[in-house]
Design a protein around this ligand. Structure first.
Ligand code: ZN
Length: 261
């Protein structure tokens, strides 16, 4: 599923849409339009304008529009894919089916002289919204500082993994990235977030940054060193201990009882 690394790829691809006059919008799925946005309002807001800036906060892709128009927020849920001018943003790194069912086109922006930005989503867990409330999201995980991370965790009795995935506290981390970071940092995902020592917070922060850099360069959130061991009966790729499989923060979690404390 798209985590922040995939949405970052989407952002770079969407940059190819900047400055191109918008001539039409298809928004056939009312369910996919959120918080009062309708096919009528989004069409009226975009036609005649162009996108002028591409931004990302966590898993939210933001496209600002010309002439002080609204910002378009795109969310990708579990299966959302972005396509520009007929080319899939993720290329061979697709999530789910490679089939192109036209019924999955939830939002399409057509440009002058041809071409389109297309959001496809088989499971419809993503969405499109005009002027999303960006302040409802915490700081982006790629740029959060160690001291800020410490403040996010401090005093919280929630499991560390759940706190790290709480988008209102820290934006961007999903299930795979969080397990990989905690496995690399050697910290038990079930510990309470507030129990980390300052030394552990700094270690977690170091591995957070390094993991995002490395997996971003490798091609996505599914390229972690723990990934191949995400199945029942597997062992830790680092020390050979039997991995633990639990549900933490509502998500299937793999961790190593030998080196994650
Ligand atoms: Zn281990």
């Amino acid at each position: 599923m798209p985590e922040m690394l995939e949405v970052e790829v989407y952002r770079r691809v969407a940059a190819g849409a900047l400055g191109r006059p918008i001539v039409a919008v298809d928004a056939p799925d009312a369910w996919f339009l959120k918080n009062g946005t309708t096919a009528g309002t989004v069409t009226a807001a975009l036609v005649g304008r162009s996108f002028v800036a591409d931004r990302r906060r966590g898993k939210l892709l933001l496209l600002d529009t010309s002439d002080e128009g609204p910002t378009v927020g795109l969310r990708f849920g579990m299966t959302g894919m972005l396509e520009l001018d007929g080319v899939d943003a993720l290329g061979d790194l697709q999530y789910g089916s490679r089939r192109r069912d036209p019924a999955w086109d939830r939002f399409v922006v057509h440009f002058d002289r041809g071409g389109a930005l297309r959001l496809r989503d088989a499971r419809r867990l993503g969405g499109v919204e005009l002027d999303p409330d960006e302040e409802r999201l915490g700081p982006d995980a790629a740029s959060v500082g160690a001291a800020e991370l410490g403040r996010i965790l401090a005093g919280s009795a929630a499991p560390l993994k759940a706190r790290l995935m709480d988008q209102a506290r820290l934006a961007g981390l999903g299930n795979l990235l969080t397990d990989e970071i905690l496995w690399r940092a050697g910290i038990d995902p079930a510990r309470s977030a507030g129990s980390l020592t300052p030394v552990e917070v700094r270690r977690l922060h170091r591995h957070l940054r390094r993991t995002l850099d490395e997996l971003g360069a490798r091609g996505g959130s599914h390229t972690g060193d723990l990934q191949e061991a995400r199945h029942r009966g597997s062992v830790c790729p680092r020390d050979g201990a039997a991995l633990e499989r639990r549900t933490i923060g509502g998500r299937t979690t793999y961790s190593c009882p030998a080196h994650q404390r």
